[in-house]
Design a protein around this ligand. Structure first.
Ligand code: S3P
Length: 435
């Protein structure tokens, strides 16, 4: 699908973002492994969490849509999944494949996880290796452990494992396996990654200790079903934060967005760049609201300046780097992103994709092995650009289109269904020219 974006009409009004994609996967999994009925509210029909939902259903978990945005899940305990009748299709969802690999490793059954060709190319050795150490038997397509993965689980023992790359997916896969392992599981992360899994487990009553970069969990916990309320997805909101910052005369409100400190660096970074973003914490109803802090955001246009992004900050804003690259094209000075080689193994090689497509629009941007360098401000010109099968590229390029002179056409824009099916409609509702 091609989407056409016209140059910058000011953006005004309220943007609704979907329920958080990362947290949706975890809520589904921990509801399925809990005991009894859970509700998940704020669940939007995003391709990726729907893959997790379908896989859990295929393993015998009853899941029904009780009302729009509200799921009812009946959990049968931490070892309560059944053997699936067929292959579990993860589509393009790396989170589904990696988190479920951890879950299935702890179940005494055999299951196969597969995905679309682009997912088969993404690295799975990072989960296969520690799960094998815990005792899971896993067959992969090749020696590098690419999908499809056939997992024969059960009989796990806890391990101590230091993450070679900062990855919340790998950390979560090991912790989820650890729930069904003998003894203690310890994951050490040299650089902190998003802690949604740990928070949710604690909120469910499972003891998870985190100190000095080590996360500890004892096997054998059980918990009851609860009502999970998903916050708005900050990674989706980030496209509006940048768009409204860049298009003069804009003012956009986004309600109840998740501001988990391991995930919200994009706010401080944008403010450091000069953005006018206000966050008003949403009143808390206490524990019943769930384990994640939320806030209403208001963003108004502002002049931006360049920034250097590196080190421990990178995992905290890894998903926002494509749209921050767009911000950098309009910021005064040289923006440098380094220590972000993980971008090369996301839904696309985001370093190559961002440099190629923003370059085609006239940006002065250059790739490095582990990031990119952008000289700004540069006037962008409309062009025909490609989403590279990557939802965050499609949305970042739409934001670039809003500040470009002339028309922009995004090829392969349908990929936004992965995390934000109504993205283009939401942009149009704010006043943008989108067709
Ligand atoms: C995610 C973790 C990050 C992130 C992805 C979602 C998660 O990936 O990029 O969009 O839900 O745990 P990595 O764990 O590979 O860093």
């Amino acid at each position: 699908m091609d989407v056409w974006i016209g140059p910058g009409r000011r953006l005004r009004g309220e943007a609704r973002v979907p329920g958080d994609k990362s947290i949706a996967h975890r809520a589904l999994i921990l509801a399925a492994l809990g005991e009894g009925e859970s509700e998940i509210r704020g669940f939007d029909l995003l391709d990726d969490p729907l893959r997790t939902l379908e896989a859990l259903r295929a393993c015998g978990t009853p899941v029904e849509m009780a009302a729009p945005g509200m799921l009812r899940v009946v959990g049968r305990g931490p070892r309560g999944l059944g053997a699936p009748t067929g292959v579990l299709h993860c589509g393009l969802s790396g989170t589904t494949m990696r988190l479920l690999a951890g879950v299935l490793a702890g179940q005494p059954l055999a299951a196969t996880l597969d995905g679309d060709p682009a997912l088969r190319r993404r690295p799975m050795d990072r989960v296969v290796e520690p799960l094998r150490r815990m005792g899971a038997r896993i067959e992969a397509a090749d020696a590098a452990s690419h999908a499809p993965l056939t997992i024969r689980g059960g009989g796990l023992r806890g391990i101590e494992y230091t993450l070679p790359v900062p990855s919340a997916q790998v950390k979560s896969a090991i912790l989820l396996a650890g729930l069904n392992a003998e003894g203690e599981t310890v994951v050490r992360e040299p650089v902190p990654s998003r802690d949604h899994t740990e928070r949710m487990l604690r909120w469910l009553g499972v003891s998870v200790e985190a100190a000095n970069g080590a996360i500890r969990l004892a096997g054998g916990a059980r918990w009851s079903g609860r009502t999970f309320v998903l916050p708005g997805d900050l990674s989706a909101a980030a496209f509006f934060l940048v768009a409204a910052s860049l298009v003069p005369g804009s003012e956009v409100f986004i309600g109840a967005v998740g501001l988990n400190p391991t995930r919200s660096a994009v706010l401080e970074v944008l403010r450091h760049m000069g953005a006018d973003v206000m966050a008003m914490p949403t009143p808390s109803g206490g524990d019943a609201d769930g384990p994640e802090p939320t806030a209403d955001l208001v963003v108004r246009s502002a002049a931006l300046r360049a920034i250097t992004l590196q080190g421990a900050l990178i995992p905290n804003l890894i998903d926002e780097l494509p749209v921050l690259a767009v911000a950098a094209t309009q910021a005064e000075g040289v923006t440098v992103v380094r220590d972000a080689a993980e971008l090369r193994v996301k839904e696309s090689d985001r370093i190559a994709a961002v440099v190629q497509e923003l370059g085609a629009m006239g940006a002065r941007i250059q790739a490095t092995t582990d990031g990119f360098i952008v000289e700004g401000p540069t006037p962008l010109r409309g062009a025909t650009v490609d989403a590279h099968g990557d939802h965050r590229m499609a949305m970042a390029l739409a934001v670039a289109g809003l500040v470009a002179r002339g028309d922009t056409v995004i090829r392969g824009a349908e990929t936004v269904t992965k995390s934000f099916p109504r993205f283009f409609a939401a942009l149009r509702a704010l006043g943008a020219e989108v067709a």
